[in-house]
Structure formats: C-alpha cells, structure tokens
Design a protein around this ligand. Sequence first.
Ligand code: KG4
Ligand code: ZN
Length: 332
Amino acid sequence: MRVLGIESSCDETAAAVYDTSAGLLGNVVSSQVKVHAAYGGVVPELASREHLRSVVPVVEKALTDAASGSDAIDGIAVTAGPGLIGSLLVGLCFAKSLSYAWGKPLCGVDHLESHVYAVFLESEVAFPYVALLVSGGHTSLFRVAGWREMKFLGGTLDDAAGEAFDKAAKMMGLGYPGGVVMDRLAREGDAARHRFPRAWLSHDSADFSFSGLKTALRTFLASPEGSAARVPDIAASFQEAIVDVLAGKALATARREGIPRLVLSGGVSANSRLRELARERGAAAGVEVFLPSKSLCTDNAAMVALLGERRLSAGFSSGAELNAYAASRFSR
Ligand code: KG4
Ligand code: ZN
C-alpha cells in the first residue's frame, strides 16, 4: 500500500509518500521560520496563509520525488490535530479534496501519535516501549503497547520543554526558533557554571514543570551575576537543567514500567545534549534508547504517511465528517 501523508499542524507544510514494501519514497518539508522570525514566535493567521501558499507545491514535489501519480496512491493520511486550528484545516481540507477527487480512502491521524511512531521509519522497536514526546507544544510520557495502544503516563503541568527553550532564547535575545540556537551555543559553554532549578516533583511522578526554570532564568539575567555571565555558559547551564529532568524522568518511568526500551520523539529530541545524556544514562540503566534522525524528530509528513499506511492497512479509515481539533486527546 502506498500512502500520501500531509502535515500542517504548526509552521511546517509537509508532504511525504510511504510505501509498505519500498518504504519512504518522497519527504518534503517547507518551513515558515523566516515568516515568523520577525515576531519571535508563530503567528497563527500568517501560518494558515503560508500553508495555503505551500500545500500544492509541497504535495506535488513529494509525488514527483516518489515518482507517483495519483493512480499509484492507495490512500491519503493527514494530521487532524492537535495544533493550530487554521493551519490544520488547510491540510485537512486539501487532503479531503484529494481523497474525493482521486476516489482514495482518507485517514486522519493524531500529531502526537505520529511523532511517537516515527521511530519505525528507521528501526523496528518491540512493543511495549516508553516514549518521551518533547516538542514546542508537548512534553509527555507514554506507554506504547501496540499501533493503537498509547497510554498517557504524565506530562507537563505548565510549559512544554521546547517552549522553555524558545522563551529562554527570546529573553537572551537569541532570536527564533530558540531550541536550535541554544543547542549550538551550549556546545561552547560550561553546563556546570550556573545552577538552575530542576522540578522533579514527587518521587515517582511522570509529570514535568518548566515555568519555575523560566522564572529563574529571568531573575538570573537581571542580576549582577547574570549580566556578567558568558552567554554560552548560560545556554549550557539552562539546557542542562531541562535535559537532566527529561532524561532522568524518562528513564525512571521506563524502570517503573519495567520496560527496557525508550523512544525519543518530537522537536526537542533533536537536541544534541539530550541525545547524548539519554544514550549514556540508558546504557548505564540497561535501557535501549532509540533516537530517530533529527529530521524525523521535528515536524514532518513521513511520520503521518507511515501511521496512515498502518491504519489504512488495518482497515481503519476516516469519513467525510473528519474534523480538525486543537487540543490534545491524551490527558491524565
Ligand atoms: O515537534 P516540533 O517540530 O513541533 C511541534 O510539534 O511543536 O518541535 C518544535 C520545538 C521548538 O520548540 C524548537 O525550539 C524545538 O522543538 N527544537 C529544539 C531543537 N530543535 C528543535 N530544542 C532544543 N534543541 C534542539 N536542537
Ligand atoms: Zn510536532
């Protein structure tokens, strides 16, 4: 089965083609970073307009790269939510139109689920596994026992980890998006130079909190010590506070669940220090850590096409009533 996937939940317009036997055939991502950089964050209305401009050329390029005309496509998968509602609707309406015009089945997929299963584009992971999903909008832990079995174990009580990176970078005048810049700067800094707080919450909690850390950074930057500090040292110390908690809680959850497999997913799992720490601590704890390529951690449509292929192959499809949704369907 060959599936065209479309993703437009935030500020990336993406399309990909995934084939059951040939694997990933085309994978195109058009980023809107330049459009939003001037505002220091994603402007929802501008994002929707950019998706409208990009969706046709991006889908055409993915089909061309895959050497697939509409006849070769067996189904269309699209991100239905969660995300920015205007952005989601652009991808969703386009996917519905293609499904109707081509007479091919449609499959709405959840953005969180597609991140969590993206690892299968590169590796075979045995079920069950623990997944840490860390992105701009989400920081959650799941127990994944099958292609339709994803149990929410805990999540952030306030800011997402990516949001903390982005807001910190903004406070430090480093521009947008902040995560990648912080990651790069941190490599030249001393992570032990400044001590930022870690919110471990209760001993066995799979929940996270990053708002106190953000406030601590703001207070530090305004202090005489903060004004005199080297930017790379601040970036490295701040980043360490985030990744220490992410890796620590993810591995503690794997231990508590009795599962020796941990999968990282979402944009923040592209962070080089998080990857290093998860690998090191995983090896010490006897937990196999799976790290998808960075381009499969950030938003893409390859993960949408893959999940669509699995769902459509298993006989699940969506009707014309499929609608977009803004809020996460996973909660405690
Ligand atoms: O998964 P994603 O592409 O979009 C969402 O669904 O949110 O994640 C985007 C987030 C942003 O907050 C971005 O700053 C962060 O992932 N990010 C990083 C890195 N690359 C992207 N954060 C830290 N280090 C990175 N290398
Ligand atoms: Zn995402």
